[in-house]
Design a protein around this ligand. Structure first.
Ligand code: ADP
Length: 220
C-alpha cells in the first residue's frame, strides 16, 4: 500500500504539486490522469522514491519510502516515461543489470530472467542490442526491466507511450493480467482509452487532485 501525505513539490520557484494526499491499496489498478504539465509524473516519481518532495511524505507499507530504500526498491517496479535504456547493451545485459541492482541474488537470476523474457515475448531478442530494436520492442524491454525483480507494485508512466494502438493494447492487457495476479498497478496517462483500463481514476490538474472516481473521465 502506498500512502501519499500532504505532498508539496517545487522545481525551483515553480510549484508542481499542492498538498496532494492519496491512499493506494494493494491490488488496485489506478490511473493518474490529466493534461500535460498537471504534475502526474512528478507525483509518480515521488511515489517511486526518485524525487524528494519539498514537504509531505510517501509511505510504503506504513514506512517512509526512503527510510529503507533497498527494501522499498525491491517492492517497486518503475517504468519511466522515456525508455532510458542503455543503447549499447543487449537485452539480457540490460535485464541482468536491472535485477542485480535491485538486490536479486545470482542464484535466482536465471529463473527470474527467463520468466520475465517469456512474459514479454523477448526470448528471440535476448542478445540483440537495445539500439537495434523497434520502438515497441524497446517498450517491452523497458517493461521487462520494471518487472524483473517481481515487484508487488508497478508504477508505469505513460506505459503505451507513442506506440501504435495494437501494441499499446497488448501492453495494457499485460498490465491488467499482472493486476489480476495480485500486483498493484499505478499508471500515468493523458489518453482517455488508456485511462479506461484503470478501475480507479485520479484526476490531476495544476498540481492538485480534482477527482477520484471509478467513472470514465474527460481529459482536456
Ligand atoms: P505531467 O506528468 O502531468 O505532464 P510533470 O509532473 O511532468 O507533469 O510537470 C509538472 C510541472 O512541473 C510542469 O509545469 C512542468 O513544466 C514542471 N516540471 C517538470 N519537470 C521539471 C523540471 N525538471 N524542472 C522544472 N520544471 C519541471
Amino acid at each position: 500500500m502506498i500512502n501519499v501525505q500532504h505532498l508539496d513539490f517545487y522545481y525551483g520557484n515553480t510549484q508542481a504539486l499542492y498538498d496532494v494526499s492519496v491512499e493506494l491499496p494493494q491490488g488496485s489498478i489506478t490511473g493518474l490522469i490529466g493534461p500535460n504539465g498537471a504534475g502526474k509524473s512528478t507525483l509518480m516519481r515521488c511515489m517511486a522514491g526518485l524525487e524528494i518532495p519539498t514537504s509531505g511524505d510517501v509511505l510504503l507499507d506504513g514506512l517512509p519510502i526512503l527510510d529503507n530504500p533497498r527494501d522499498s526498491f525491491s517492492k517497486l517496479g518503475y517504468l519511466p516515461d522515456f525508455f532510458g535504456l542503455p543503447d549499447g547493451l543487449s537485452v539480457i545485459q540490460c535485464l541482468t543489470y536491472a535485477a542485480k541492482s535491485r538486490g536479486i541474488p545470482d542464484a535466482r537470476l536465471p529463473d527470474l530472467l527467463l520468466e520475465t523474457v517469456r512474459l514479454l515475448n523477448l526470448e528471440h531478442k535476448l542478445y540483440a542490442k537495445v539500439s537495434d530494436l523497434s520502438r515497441g520492442q524497446k517498450q517491452r524491454v523497458a517493461i521487462a526491466r520494471a518487472l524483473v525483480n517481481n515487484p508487488s507494485i508497478i508504477l508505469a508512466d505513460e506505459p503505451t507511450g507513442a506506440l501504435d494502438t495494437k501494441t499499446g493494447e497488448q501492453i495494457m492487457e499485460l498490465l491488467t493480467e499482472l493486476n489480476r495476479e495480485g500486483k498493484t498497478i499505478i499508471m500515468v496517462t493523458h489518453e482517455p482509452e488508456i485511462a479506461d483500463y484503470a478501475t480507479r481514476k485520479i484526476v490531476i490538474r495544476d498540481g492538485e487532485i480534482t477527482a477520484d472516481t471509478t467513472e470514465s473521465v474527460r481529459i482536456d
